[in-house]
Ligand binder design. Structure first.
Ligand SMILES: Cc1cc2nc3c(=O)[nH]c(=O)nc-3n(C[C@H](O)[C@H](O)[C@H](O)COP(=O)(O)OP(=O)(O)OC[C@H]3O[C@@H](n4cnc5c(N)ncnc54)[C@H](O)[C@@H]3O)c2cc1C
Length: 268
């Protein structure tokens, strides 16, 4: 299908992008990799009045380690996250997750800022953001990840506010991300992430609710000496996933437990 008519402007800086968004008003949207927004526009599920293209805002494409943190600019593409030596050394689970996002075309164009701002419950990076206490930095403020993902496709971003970077803690201990899907390049039906840190295990779940889930009960059980099998039984505590064409709520809860156990056991 053909999208509804819209205005288009290309920004050269974050400030210019913010000003353009302000000028076009609340129906304007940022265009990053376009791999979520353009399909929605073609289906007319999204009909923005204007697009502000940030693909020329080079100041938003970087990966840097600083003061025990890994800073990833919003316009960094999935492929660059996957290939980055800085990511592999400082937060290898992020490189692993990047390699699991969509297919080559998606990874060549899609950006971390786009995934975070889109806030799809099946998005992969948001799970890492929440379980590792990442911060979402915008042109206006710093937002802890657990406050950023408010509901399905819902964040606190204002109309002229851009995601500028995602700041993760450095963590290079044992880790694993396991994505359960029927075909190789599909979105996760459910996914589980495990990361051992100096403070203990962090466990996260993808697509078991409207927002990413940090499985605190599993982390606590592991901290008290439970085996991966015993701890993973808590992965579905408090979950109330909605069913869809691919899985019932009960099956998603089952997957949460099984994938959590495997992610802990396979962490290296
Ligand atoms: C076939 C296919 C398979 C996919 N599989 C997966 C998958 O398995 N896992 C996964 O996580 N994703 C998957 N995706 C989505 C993909 O990762 C997209 O790249 C991502 O969701 C959006 O990033 P984008 O840069 O393309 O953003 P866009 O599509 O350009 O934008 C998405 C939304 O975010 C907003 N936005 C973008 N950047 C910013 C910013 N810096 N500040 C504020 N708002 C912003 C836009 O206005 C829009 O509302 C898939 C996509 C496709 C087409």
């Amino acid at each position: 299908m053909i999208p509804a008519a819209f205005e288009y402007a290309r920004a050269g800086s974050v400030q210019e992008a913010s000003e353009l968004l302000g000028k076009f008003g609340e129906d304007a949207k940022v265009l990053a990799g376009g791999h979520s927004l353009i399909p929605l526009m073609r289906l007319r599920l999204a009909q923005p009045s204007a697009l502000v293209d940030i693909n020329n805002v080079k100041e938003l494409a970087y990966i840097a380690r600083e003061n025990g943190k890994l800073r990833v600019g919003a316009l960094t593409r999935h492929v660059d996250i996957h290939n980055s030596q800085d990511v592999k050394q400082n937060l290898p689970i992020l490189a692993e997750v990047a390699s699991e996002v969509g297919d080559n075309q998606v990874r060549n164009m899609g950006t971390i800022g786009g995934v975070v701002a889109h806030a799809d419950s099946a998005g992969d990076y948001p799970t890492l953001c929440v379980m590792l206490d990442a911060e979402i930095v915008t042109n206006k403020r710093r937002i802890p990840a657990h406050e950023f993902f408010q509901d399905l496709f819902t964040t606190p971003l204002e109309n002229d506010e851009l995601v500028c970077e995602v700041v993760f803690p450095v963590a290079n201990g044992p880790h694993k991300y396991i994505k359960f899907r029927r075909r190789l390049f599909d979105w996760a039906i459910v996914a589980a992430a495990a990361q051992k840190t100096e403070q203990g295990w962090r466990i996260g779940l993808t697509n078991v609710g409207p927002t990413p889930v940090r499985a605190v009960a599993v982390e606590q059980a592991l901290g008290q000496g439970a085996s991966p099998t015993e701890a993973a039984e808590h992965a579905s505590d408090g979950l109330n996933p909605s069913g869809d064409i691919r899985a019932t709520p009960e099956y998603k809860k089952h997957l949460a437990r099984v994938l959590t156990r495997r992610a802990i056991e396979q962490s290296q």
